[in-house]
Design a protein around this ligand. Structure first.
Ligand code: SF4
Length: 312
């Protein structure tokens, strides 16, 4: 934990322009308007549903993998009403290799709730968004900002990292979101809907494409002159001891992904003996199969596994 407040950028850096917290949103906003990636869910004809889908898909998944699946998804199911009626097996196949496929099932529950409670229109209020299945604080705030252009406090891993570096002078934020981080993030949201939405988009974009976790491109950074971490000489990660990076190989996630991949690729139920061959550790495989069935992502009928039949 850092006990000493970092030096204010205006004091620590001889900046070529007035430096201070209020300069950050403006500087990032200008940069974003000139350089923002043309992501499909940012197009002028985007819909609140399209934004909501993009936010759910983008959680823990790189944008490059999300974009083609999102385009296909919106082509098939352009509205919550279309998606609410989709067969579950088709939904899981369309989710493809995005990972964490429970998100797809929750998204369909969300679509059905939107149809039942809001006549098929994504609601704009915080309370109504948070009441939807699978919509947490981050997604609700992101939908408000990016779909409706409303002021909200959007805090994702990219924004946390940008604020930790520029304002906090730290290499990386703590391992989990703290109340202090939320307060700091809230304090940075400009007044007014449009500036606040622009701040959310631009600070997130900086973290995604310039101020990345492992290789920040400070020479290309539009707010380098305001950055406390840079000014302090890039001190080491104070939270490194608490950070655990879990290898992918050998995890239950990998095993579950292999099972889901085999069933997505099949157009008829797959014999259990075939599934048994996807992973050498029978105990781990059994645990994963049990978990997938319990999660509603696969089903077993006799000696065969298959994607779930639609229950709608
Ligand atoms: S100067 Fe470097 S570390 Fe600081 S915000 Fe820019 S990219 Fe990130």
């Amino acid at each position: 934990m850092t006990s000493t407040p970092p030096p204010h950028p205006a004091i620590a850096i001889a900046a070529p322009e007035p430096a201070g917290p209020t300069d950050l949103p403006e500087a990032l906003g200008r940069w974003f308007e000139e350089t923002a990636r043309p992501l499909p869910w940012r197009s002028p004809d985007r819909t609140p549903w399209g934004v909501l889908v993009s936010e759910v898909m983008s959680q823990q998944t790189p944008v490059a993998r999300v974009a083609p699946i999102w385009l296909d998804w919106m082509d098939r199911w352009p509205t919550p009403t279309d998606f609410a009626q989709a067969p579950t097996a088709e939904v899981l196949r369309a989710w493809g290799s995005l990972g964490y496929p429970r998100r797809a099932l929750r998204l369909q529950e969300c679509a059905r709730a939107i149809v039942e409670l809001h006549d098929g229109e994504v609601p704009a209020s915080t309370a109504e968004l948070l009441a939807l299945p699978g919509i947490g604080t981050y997604t609700a705030a992101a939908v408000q900002a990016f779909a409706f252009g409303h002021r909200s406090v959007v805090v994702d891993t990219n924004i946390r990292r940008v604020l930790a570096r520029v304002v906090g002078g730290e290499a990386l934020p703590p391992t989990s979101l703290t109340a202090a981080e939320m307060s700091r993030a809230a304090a940075f949201v400009p007044a007014g809907d449009a500036p606040a939405a622009l701040w959310a988009a631009s600070s997130m974009e900086l973290g995604a494409v310039v101020c990345t976790a492992r290789a920040p491109r400070c020479d290309d950074c539009p707010v380098a002159s305001l950055c406390a971490w840079r000014a302090a000489g890039y001190p080491a990660d104070a939270h490194a001891a608490r950070r655990r990076t879990q290898a992918w190989a050998g995890t239950d996630r990998q095993v579950r992904g292999k099972v889901m991949g085999a069933l997505r690729a099949a157009h008829s139920p797959v014999p259990a003996a075939v599934i048994d061959a996807v992973w050498p550790d029978a105990t781990q495989l059994e645990r994963c199969l049990t978990g997938l069935v319990a999660d509603g992502l696969i089903a077993r009928t006799g000696q065969h596994y298959h994607l779930p039949v639609d229950l709608a």
